[in-house]
Design a protein around this ligand. Structure first.
Ligand code: SF4
Length: 364
């Protein structure tokens, strides 16, 4: 019998009123309005020390520069963008500890942003910082001056791992900052760094649960890499640190995605952005040029597999939104066999212009 698709309900995981041999579900990733980021790298400015994994200069391809020079360059570049009719942009201060910059530097940067906001070139302003540099008075001052979102480098909620990574703060500081940032009227972003010294995939599962409870707007997941010139590279060479392997990292990150998405949290970055000079400086660690899409595809597979299990019968057809056509079978089709194992070889998967997935079992 031909299994013609029927679409009576466009609802997520509701099968009550559908046939027991079908499941309708949606991808849980929150949708966000597009935003163009204008990054400003404040390489190591405001850092109280050096975290063992950090090589900001290579990660951002930006050498440390005096704040005065960074500010002057920013004003000049924004002026050129406005004259060229480019934008609008979300201004993002990365690579240092923005809320830990000496007074009045955060205020001076935000004053420039405010000027260009009035002109329509800048729509929002975000910064990255450390959890222990988030005093409520500073946060509310900066919120009043136009800061919108603060991303904290949490890395993990495990105190022993934080100590072994030279972070200089504990998990209580992360929880405090995650409470104080929204209390100051700012949106919260959070970064996790799976694979730090002593960190395990089970700890990442707990980190994700804590993250969901703190309800940040955005999350970044950067698996820990060994970058030349860092204290971690010395430990790696001495045999005192071993990074996670790539396959275990892909699985652990994929397992993190679904709970984050289901909590309405956008995962805005998976792995470090490629920068000139960074690739050759990476000594070891889980990296791949398509890491993000491989993780997303595995997360989607686990969603489909869970729905197939809930179906209680072997599926024979999957109708999927066309926008997942390039992602579903994974990088270079690496998940094709896994889908076939579910009962969904390539010929059983059909892409259509709609938003819900429809899984069908064989009629009895
Ligand atoms: S991780 Fe953040 S606080 Fe630590 S050294 Fe790098 S920029 Fe500074």
């Amino acid at each position: 019998m031909a299994l013609a698709p029927s679409w009576p309900f466009l609802c997520q995981n509701v099968i009550r009123e559908t046939s027991p041999r079908e499941r309708f579900f949606r991808h849980p990733e929150p949708v966000a309005p597009p935003s163009r980021i204008w990054p400003v790298f404040l390489t190591h400015k405001g850092c109280p020390g050096r975290c063992v994994f950090c090589a900001q200069q290579l990660q951002s391809a930006t050498a440390p520069a005096p704040l005065e020079a960074t500010l002057a360059r920013l004003g000049k570049d924004l002026d050129a963008a406005a004259r060229a009719g480019r934008g609008p942009y979300e201004l993002a201060f990365y690579g240092g500890v923005f809320t830990g910059l000496p007074h009045p530097w955060p205020e001076r940067f935000l004053a420039v942003a405010r000027g260009w906001r009035q002109a329509g070139l800048i729509t929002r302003v975000r910064c990255s910082t450390r959890p222990d540099a988030c005093h409520p008075t500073i946060l509310s001052n900066l919120a009043g001056q136009g800061l919108d979102l603060v991303e904290i480098g949490a890395q993990t909620f495990d105190d022993a791992v934080l100590a072994a990574s030279g972070r200089g703060h504990d998990a209580a500081a992360i929880r405090r900052a995650a409470r104080d940032i929204p209390a100051a009227g700012l949106e919260l972003g959070l970064q996790l760094l799976p694979g730090l010294p002593g960190h395990t995939p089970d700890m990442l599962t707990r980190d994700v649960a804590e993250t969901c409870a703190l309800a940040p707007r955005t999350v970044r997941l950067h698996p820990c890499l060994v970058i030349d010139g860092t204290p971690l590279a010395d430990r790696y060479r001495a045999g005192a640190y071993r990074p996670w392997d790539l396959d275990a990292t892909l699985d652990a990150l994929a397992a993190a995605m679904l709970p984050l998405w289901r909590c309405g949290i956008r995962v805005i970055r998976l792995g470090l952005a490629p920068e000139p000079g960074l690739e050759t400086a990476i000594l070891a660690g889980p990296r791949h040029p398509a890491l993000g899409s491989r993780v997303r595809a595995r997360a989607l597979f686990s969603l489909v597999a869970a729905e197939a299990a809930a179906l209680g019968q072997r599926p024979v057809r999957l109708d999927a939104p066309r926008r997942f056509a390039g992602e579903l079978f994974g990088h270079a089709g690496e998940l094709t066999a896994a889908y076939a194992g579910l009962g969904l070889p390539r010929e059983a998967v059909h892409f259509a212009s709609r938003e819900d997935f429809h899984l069908t079992a064989q009629a009895v």
